[in-house]
Design a protein around this ligand. Structure first.
Ligand SMILES: [Zn+2]
Ligand SMILES: [Zn+2]
Length: 228
């Protein structure tokens, strides 16, 4: 037990049970997401892109672990504020258990990256919550974590203020490969997992996947904690 556990005992963010920020019984109540092909939004196994929907630069699939409700939603919102790194650790445990039960295999050499935030927003929050949990997951699974693969090219409106087609327009051209990876061809034939907290329309992750595919990545999968 650490000093901070003594001062602030861990309690489930949903039911208040002691021991963890997410308890087993509340996690069980959060239903699985409706997994679908990221291109046509029709159902697909594990969120894989249908072969007829796949284009040269499109994402290969998008897997989410939970619906965006209950304890998962509260923990994701909580990540933005208090005890973020401890909540991230607890969430990462459940992510790994859940992934082990799925049929997905990303392989030992998978590389893990996240969607970059605006530096301004990041500074204001003090951290990037996806990076925090991405780091926790990859260190447990032995994946190579490259949080700086992508960078923001331009400043756009927050996606939460926009809907459907507007989101797609807004995000176009927003990401670029970080210049330190541009000359090294490090992505050629690589499998990459693009991590984010919540999949809403998928516009952001699909746009980021396109940049990674153009840089030579063979497979790009989206992985999100939750899906609305
Ligand atoms: Zn609970
Ligand atoms: Zn499809």
């Amino acid at each position: 037990m650490s000093f901070s556990d003594f001062l602030f005992p861990k309690r489930c963010v949903e039911c208040g049970e002691h021991g963890s920020y997410l308890c087993e019984s509340c996690i069980k109540k959060v239903g699985p997401p409706r997994l679908a092909c990221p291109m046509c939004s029709r159902p697909s196994i594990d969120g894989m892109t249908h072969s007829k929907c796949l284009r040269p630069h499109s994402i290969n699939g998008a897997y989410s672990l939970w619906g965006y409700n209950g304890v998962v939603r509260k923990a994701i919102l909580g990540l933005k504020y208090k005890f973020a790194s401890q909540i991230a650790e607890d969430l990462a445990e459940f992510v790994i258990n859940n992934l082990e039960k799925s049929k997905l295999t990303f392989g030992k050499n998978a590389r893990f990256t996240t969607i970059p935030l605006y530096w301004r927003r990041e500074n204001w929050r003090g951290f990037n919550q996806s990076e925090l949990i991405g780091r926790a997951i990859s260190s447990k699974l032995g994946w190579d974590f490259k949080p700086d693969l992508l960078k923001r090219e331009k400043f756009v409106k927050p996606q939460t203020e926009l809907r459907g087609e507007e989101r797609r327009q807004n995000i176009r051209g927003v990401f670029a490969l970080n210049s330190k990876y541009q000359l090294t061809n490090q992505l050629i034939n690589q499998s990459l997992i693009l991590f984010d907290d919540v999949w809403t329309t998928g516009a952001t992750i699909k746009e980021a996947a396109k940049v990674l595919k153009r840089a030579g990545a063979k497979q790009v999968w989206g992985l999100t904690l939750a899906r609305t």
